[in-house]
Structures are given as structure tokens and as C-alpha cells.
Design a protein around this ligand. Structure first.
Ligand SMILES: Nc1ncnc2c1ncn2[C@@H]1O[C@H](COP(=O)(O)OP(=O)(O)O)[C@@H](O)[C@H]1O
Ligand SMILES: N[C@@H](CCOP(=O)(O)O)C(=O)O
Length: 321
């Protein structure tokens, strides 16, 4: 569960007194999520999400994350908006942690997204990429290609415990990515973690994105690759080309992909699969039993690395060309 830091009613009441949000009525910790401590807060005027930023989030990045949500919301993207205190600040301190309140986003995330939802994600991702243009702050991707090898070196010696071939396969893919990674593709603000648990729906209609805490400036098409991996594989780890088609074509209809972006999709998808395999592997082998960190299965992403290795063209993902 993701309530690493607990808060008392008195602390929260004093924190809320800095805002124009009415009086505290009730609050509860939210079990979902991995990185931070989240609370649902009901006041006499509305409901909000309170986040206490934990160790893995760099406090220097918070103005980027909070400012980005505001920038996107001003441009019509549905996402939480930071609530400002009476003194104008969006970021405060609670229980010794940096803390912020954001507006509550209606909707639920889908455990079993269907083709229609993949199309919604493709469309909304492209809209977000366009809306990100002009955002004044920048943030380097802390989990970009250059960061993968140092991360790999930390858990590499445990890879064989997870699967015999994993060390050799990872080494081989990483070596290839370091040589072939595309560096001249269109850049912009990317979400970088747009998994189903970060996208809300009301019925079949996408109601918004949450969890911008990996957002950064990077290759736009890499964000599509993250989504292809997160949305278009089934539980048996098979790629669903109908979902791929829906996601890619919906994206392309809003922000047409260049030939170079299209050609790079297989390598970007392999890289995206490796990136999530690496963070999952690290948590898998390094997190002590009984810790609150939720461990996700690295093998799910090993299967995706293997799948992309065989892909030669984006049309195999379903993109119409
Ligand atoms: N603005 C929001 N509106 C509604 N629910 C939210 C909002 N932000 C977070 N949540 C809830 O909190 C959970 C965890 O949030 P998330 O940002 O994914 O945490 P973490 O960064 O720790 O992974 C979400 O699955 C959702 O249930
Ligand atoms: N999406 C990542 C883990 C990050 O979790 P989130 O709850 O912050 O989205 C993965 O699946 O490995």
C-alpha cells in the first residue's frame, strides 16, 4: 500500500488552514500507488488528493510536475490541478515531507482495457503532447537510455535468479540500444508512465490522466512506445494488434507521426520494455520482504523485450501506412 508517511488530524487541519478550501471533514489514506503517500481529503467545500512526496521523488522536480499539470489543464487537458495556498504557493510541507493538494479527478482506472480505450489513450496522449508545447520548465528524463546501464549494474548479479537467460538477453539488448537509439526525433513533454492505473475513464470516455511524477522532456514517440507496452498486451503476454492499431492510429490522427518516428517505433518500444523491466527487476531483487514498496513482475516486461526484438516495422504494431 502507498501510505508511507501517516498524518494526524491535527497536522492536516493546520496544513489545510493555509488554503481556502473550507474545514476538514474526513480523510483517508489511498492504498493504490507506488511512489508517494496519497490521501483523499474531504473538506466542507470539496474533495482533494493530498500527496506527500516520498524519498524517490526529488523535491527540486516538484515545481516542474505541479507547473506541468497547471499548464496542461489551462490547455484543455483533463488532469489534476494543484490547489494554491492563500500565499500563492502550491507546494508546502506536512509531516516533514514536501506536500501538495490537487483537485480530485472523477473516474476509475480500467483493470481490463479494451480496444476502444486504447484508441482513447492514443488520442489523448497526442493531445497532451501538443498541449505540452510552450511549457516553460524543463526536466531531464531520470530514466533515459544513459541511466539504464547504471541501474542494470545494480541488479545484474541477481538477474539469473529471476530467469537463467535474463543477464545475457538484457546485456545484448542494452548494447544494441546504446548503439542504435534514435537521437533526432521530435522532443517534448512526455508523461513517461502512462499505464492503465494512471488513466481514468467515465464509462468508455477517458476522463483524465494522473500521476505526472515521471514526466520530463524526451522523445515524444518514446511515450507512445511506453503506452504500446502498457495497453496493448494481454494478460497471457501476447500482443493484441487490434489494440495497437487503435492506439497508434488514434494518436496519428491528432499528431501525425513522421516517417522517422514511425521507423523508430520498434527500437523505442524495445527500450521502453527494457526501462520498465529494469526498475521492476531492481525493486524485485533489492526490496526487503515486508517493505511497503509494491513489487511488480519484471518477467512481464522481459516478454515484451523479446516480442519487440522480432519486430521490423511499425505496421506490425497495427499502424496504417
Ligand atoms: N487527482 C486525483 N483524483 C482522483 N484520484 C486520484 C488522484 N490522484 C491520485 N488518485 C488516486 O491515488 C492513487 C495513487 O496515485 P498515484 O499518483 O498513481 O500514486 P503514486 O505516484 O504513488 O504511484 C490512484 O490510483 C488514484 O486512485
Ligand atoms: N508503472 C510502473 C510503476 C510505477 O507505478 P505508478 O503507480 O507510479 O504508476 C510499472 O508498472 O512498472
Amino acid at each position: 500500500m502507498a501510505v508511507y508517511t501517516d498524518i494526524s488530524e491535527a497536522e492536516l487541519g493546520a496544513f489545510l488552514a493555509q488554503y481556502d478550501v473550507g474545514d476538514l471533514q474526513s480523510y483517508r489514506g489511498i492504498a493504490e500507488g507506488v511512489e508517494n503517500s496519497n490521501f483523499m481529503v474531504h473538506t466542507t467545500t470539496d474533495q482533494y488528493i493530498l500527496t506527500l512526496y516520498e524519498k524517490r521523488v526529488n523535491a527540486d522536480d516538484l515545481p516542474f510536475f505541479l507547473g506541468l499539470m497547471e499548464h496542461l489543464a489551462e490547455r484543455g487537458i483533463s488532469c489534476p490541478v494543484p490547489v494554491h495556498r492563500r500565499d500563492g504557493a502550491a507546494l508546502g510541507t506536512l509531516a516533514g515531507r514536501p506536500a501538495a493538494m490537487v483537485t480530485f479527478l472523477e473516474g476509475i482506472w480500467l483493470r481490463r482495457p479494451q480496444v476502444t480505450h486504447c484508441a482513447e489513450v492514443g488520442r489523448a496522449l497526442a493531445e497532451m503532447h501538443l498541449a505540452g508545447e510552450g511549457f516553460a520548465l524543463t526536466r531531464r528524463n531520470g530514466l533515459a537510455l544513459a541511466d539504464w546501464r547504471p541501474l542494470w549494474e545494480k541488479s545484474r548479479s541477481h538477474a539469473a535468479d529471476v530467469e537463467a537467460a535474463l543477464e545475457e538477453e538484457t546485456e545484448s539488448l542494452l548494447g544494441r540500444l546504446e548503439v542504435e537509439w534514435p537521437r533526432d526525433l521530435p522532443q517534448g513533454v512526455i508523461h513517461a508512465d502512462l499505464f492503465p492505473d494512471n488513466v481514468f475513464f467515465l464509462g468508455d470516455r477517458l476522463s483524465g490522466f494522473i500521476d505526472f511524477y515521471f514526466a520530463c522532456n524526451d522523445t515524444l514517440a518514446y511515450d507512445i512506445a511506453v503506452c504500446l507496452n502498457a495497453w496493448c498486451f494481454e494478460r497471457d503476454r501476447a500482443f493484441n494488434v487490434t489494440k495497437g492499431r487503435a492506439l497508434l492510429n488514434a494518436y496519428n490522427a491528432v499528431r501525425p507521426l513522421s516517417d522517422a518516428e514511425t521507423a523508430a517505433l520498434p527500437i523505442l518500444s524495445a527500450g521502453a520494455a527494457l526501462r520498465f523491466m529494469l526498475t521492476r527487476l531492481y525493486d524485485w531483487v533489492m526490496t526487503p520482504e515486508g517493505s511497503l514498496v509494491v513489487k511488480k513482475d519484471p518477467m512481464e516486461y522481459v516478454a515484451k523485450m523479446r516480442f519487440h526484438r522480432e519486430i521490423r516495422a511499425a505496421t506490425e504494431y497495427g499502424l496504417d501506412r
